[in-house]
Ligand binder design. Structure first.
Ligand code: FES
Length: 99
């Protein structure tokens, strides 16, 4: 489930989390970036507004939904970060966009 980073691996990537620049180890997930930014709660439920955060970190629980590069409802634990990626918490249910 969890992989140890290779010894001497120091590559990092800069991403934006809630508008703030955060340096994250290359190959990490967007959920890891949110956690590294100090955000334990990454979304609020659509019904009660209760705070939720990454739980399983393997694509099962859907508690890590976030907006990534403007796309809502992304399972942030399943998305590998890239340079300049913009990650935001998701508030309530997503707003449908016209197709
Ligand atoms: S943390 Fe469970 S699906 Fe992402």
């Amino acid at each position: 489930m969890f992989r140890k980073r290779p010894e001497g691996s120091a590559a990092t990537v800069w991403v934006t989390v809630e508008g703030r620049e955060v340096q994250v180890p290359a190959g990490a997930s967007a959920a890891a970036a949110l956690l590294l930014a100090g955000l334990a709660a990454t979304r609020e439920t659509a019904v009660s507004g209760a705070a939720r955060g990454p739980y399983c970190l393997m694509g099962v629980c859907f508690e890590c939904l976030a907006e990534i590069d403007g796309v809502p409802n992304c399972q942030s634990c399943m998305v590998t970060i890239g340079p300049g990626m913009a990650i935001r918490r998701q508030h309530g249910k997503r707003i449908a966009t016209p197709q």
